[in-house]
Ligand binder design. Structure first.
Ligand SMILES: *Cc1c(COP(=O)(O)O)cnc(C)c1O
Length: 398
């Protein structure tokens, strides 16, 4: 029968799971590192952590990371989109989940049906949530979003009074939290963070003035937790630091974090390139002497940036070697030098540790001319994820 020995794949993403696929290129996620970072950040902040798992948990895998954090006892998760929240509920995540993005009216009933907490960023949005909640006969749990300087979503802090009045008096909304987002916390020297804190606290003080119970106040992203203990308040929202990566080259390592993600592949081809020959599209790199070149089976089609062409480095047999020529969609080439050796199937580390050396996500980002966030979230579903550590979650959950 044609196709009889093909695996049964109901979800196309299943074909990229490590157990269903021998692709030598893979992301290895160390769940214990995420657990360590979670506890270290919570201790440093002195406040409970809302684990931010948007954008496929910064490339680490939305569902496995969320199930792991839930097993570790996290009390709250945050995502950007309602779709991400629904995926968590479908996978059996039962802890509170806040959707931080702006809401679209037609999606409000999905929020409520799946017990997702809603970000309410204006009085008009509050009315939409109330209407949906009333028609479902189910109270909405909301977090009020105040804008203190980001100018993205939220009511300007100076106008928060009327907004808070409307929310507090709503029959169909329970105000669980109030929050704002920091624009410059990556930089410990920026005065912006304190200005934002002052505006935020002023808005929150309105609850006291009207004698309403103070909801959970949360302001700190990773940079806030790392650099500004005074912004940690009642809850903190680290994303990138949870994965052991610093938000910015200017960030200070005030918390000992462990990077959770490695990106590895294997040598798929080895050859000698003669002096004067060029490598890859556009013939942009020329061998100046006879040299040994390997091919690595990953490219920009996986989210490995093309801007690393003739700039990036990888680790092979414990040593650093340069990428030569343009990164292709599915492969790139590495120069081992005239005396270099490697064999097919040797491990190639693109991000992570090998022997005594390591290539960090931060270093890859800076070479690529971008930020670590874009590197991590760009690594797409074509790369299988493999999970190590995290003994407390069932294997089948990943
Ligand atoms: C993404 C996001 C965070 C987490 O930011 P990091 O810099 O990764 O810590 C926190 N809060 C909001 C509103 C976000 O959008």
């Amino acid at each position: 029968m044609p196709g009889a020995n093909l695996p049964d794949m109901t979800d196309p993403a299943d074909s990229f799971r490590p157990e269903a696929n021998d692709r030598p290129t893979r992301i290895r996620v160390d769940l214990d590192a995420i657990g360590h970072n979670f506890r270290a950040l919570q201790a440093h902040a002195g406040a409970p952590v809302m684990g931010i798992v948007k954008a496929n948990a910064y490339g680490h895998g939305l569902v496995p990371v969320a199930l792991y954090l839930q097993a570790q006892g996290i009390g709250q998760l945050g995502v950007a989109l309602v779709e991400e929240g629904l995926a968590l509920r479908r996978a059996g995540v039962t802890v509170p989940v806040l959707v931080m993005g702006g809401i679209h009216a037609p999606q409000v009933s999905q929020f409520l049906a799946c017990d997702l907490e809603v970000t309410v960023s204006s009085i008009a949005k509050l009315r939409q949530v109330e209407q949906a909640a009333e028609s479902l006969g189910r109270k909405a749990v909301i977090h009020l979003k105040v804008d203190t300087g980001m100018e993205r979503i939220g009511v300007h802090s100076e106008n928060a009074g009327a907004f808070i009045d409307a929310a507090v008096s709503s029959r169909w909304c329970a105000v669980k939290g109030i929050y704002s987002h920091l624009a410059c916390s990556d930089d410990p020297a920026s005065p912006m963070t304190h200005e934002q804190l002052q505006r935020f606290l002023h808005a929150c003080s309105y609850f006291d003035r009207i004698g309403a119970p103070m909801p959970v106040r949360h302001l700190a992203n990773s940079g806030g937790v790392l650099h500004f203990p005074e912004v940690c308040l009642d809850m903190v929202r680290p994303g990138i630091a949870l994965y052991g990566v610093m938000p910015d080259p200017a960030s200070r390592p005030t918390v000992a974090l462990k990077p959770a993600l490695s990106l590895v592949s294997k040598v798929v081809y080895f050859k000698v390139v003669k002096a004067g020959r060029t490598v890859s599209y556009g013939a942009t790199w020329t061998a100046s002497e006879d040299t040994r070149v390997i091919t690595v089976p990953i490219g920009y089609g996986d989210g490995y940036p093309r801007s690393l062409s003739s700039r990036g480095e990888v680790l092979v047999r414990g040593e650093r070697h340069p990428i030569v020529g343009r990164v292709c969609m599915d492969q790139f080439m590495v120069d081992l030098g005239p005396a270099g050796t490697a064999y097919n199937e040797d491990e190639v580390v693109l991000i992570g540790r090998q022997g005594d050396d390591a290539i960090t996500c931060e270093a890859v980002a800076s070479t690529a001319g971008t930020i670590p966030y874009e590197i991590l979230t760009g690594l797409n579903a074509r790369i299988p994820r493999e999970y190590v550590g995290g003994a407390s979650i069932p294997r089948s959950a990943t």
